[in-house]
Design a protein around this ligand. Structure first.
Ligand code: F6P
Length: 360
């Protein structure tokens, strides 16, 4: 019997999508059982509209080091999954129904889905509706529960570290304060790890609301210690203590005018001190380019383990990593849960002992 396996990449891209698909594809095509792989184009959009192509051995050649995703991706918000597929047919088929229909029409035996938190929630819903789904944890944010690491994270840390390293030299020459804003959505993993790896002086993350006055004091302490420059690594989701107490609508109103959190912090700090502050926002650059060696190995392992699970008929799971072990985590246990930086995180604690200031 030939196994028919669908595969797709969904949500924001990250390094390691292609290398993961290579792991899945090679291991499946090398298996004793005959396997056909159907790659859906542009994430769940392709599954909804039955837009796919057959993937053979040649599709997985030369993509280990390639950034982005050869299948394309799109954002399909989970909250819209029960909306009509076509806006002009409000009573017609829903997005969820369309995905199930494609899976049935193509007689799929399994669906391997690469994506982050939103993708995972839809994967879980499809699994609850009887589809044989395996989710592979991709995101530069590292914000998925049930796994120590998501792929893409380490590559993004490397890029963000290089950015801050570069900023360090110019900040030193000019004796300036620099704010570098890093991605990470609502969690601070990327800012924490890149900040520690690059020797940032202040790291501000959403999990620890910051006090702007204390940040200024920390910068002034450095000046008094004859350190002519300071680097602040701030996660895009960071908030001040005052903001953390505001109702959501008031907070959104406050932030509406400012470009992003780094510029907001610049305004806050400049109101409190007379010093040149510069901002650097590397943005999507952090998601670009080739996966790091770490991510190439991790994604190869995860991809092969996903193929093992398909061949064993083990579904409704995410392939995660705990310590040095790969783990199969039930999707229903982790879908929708966010992995925040905890206050006893070893990297955070070490950073505090090094004198890195967290704004609290
Ligand atoms: O989830 C990955 C991520 O890069 C976040 O860090 C960031 O907040 C978001 O995606 C950006 O989304 P978009 O690519 O839609 O601008």
């Amino acid at each position: 019997m030939t196994l028919r396996v669908g595969m797709l990449t969904s949500g924001g891209d990250a390094q390691g999508l292609n290398s993961t698909m290579r792991g899945v594809g090679r291991a499946l095509l090398n298996a004793e059982q005959e396997v056909k792989i159907l790659g859906f184009l542009n994430g769940y959009h392709g599954l909804m509209h039955s837009s796919y192509r057959h993937m053979t051995d040649i599709d997985f050649a030369g993509i280990l080091t390639l950034g982005g995703t050869i299948l394309g991706t799109s954002r399909q918000p989970f909250k819209l999954v029960n909306d009509p597929l076509y806006e002009n047919e409000p009573e017609g088929i829903t997005k969820l129904e369309a995905m199930i229909q494609t899976y049935d029409d193509l007689s799929l035996d399994a669906l391997v889905v690469l994506g982050g938190g939103g993708t995972q929630k839809t994967a879980n819903l499809l699994s609850e509706n009887g589809l044989n789904v395996i989710h592979l944890p991709k995101t530069i944010d590292n914000d998925l529960s049930g796994t120590d690491r998501t792929f893409g994270f380490q590559s993004a840390v490397n890029i963000a570290t290089e950015v801050i390293d570069g900023i360090h030299t110019t900040a030193t020459s000019h004796g300036r304060v620099f704010i570098v804003e890093l991605m990470g959505n609502k969690v601070g993993w990327l800012a924490l790890h890149a900040g520690v790896a690059s020797g940032a002086d202040v790291i501000l993350i959403p999990e620890i609301p910051y006090d702007p006055i204390k940040v200024v004091q920390a910068l002034q302490d450095r000046e008094r210690g004859k350190k002519r420059f300071s680097i602040i690594a701030i996660a895009e989701g960071a908030i001040s203590v005052e903001e953390s107490k505001m109702p959501k609508d008031e907070f959104e109103e406050l932030r509406k005018g400012s470009n992003s959190v780094a510029y907001h912090l610049q305004d806050q700090l400049e109101a409190l001190m007379i010093q040149e502050i510069r901002v650097c926002v590397p943005g999507h650059f952090q998601r670009g380019g080739t996966p790091s060696a770490f991510d190439r190995i991790l994604t190869t392992e995860i991809g092969v383990e996903a193929a093992n699970a398909v061949l064993e008929g083990d579904f409704g799971i995410m392939i995660g990593v705990k310590g040095r072990e790969l783990v199969r985590v039930p999707l229903k246990k982790v879908a929708g849960q966010v992995n925040y930086v905890t206050l006893d995180d070893p990297v955070l604690l070490a950073a505090r002992k090094m004198g890195i200031f967290f704004g609290d």
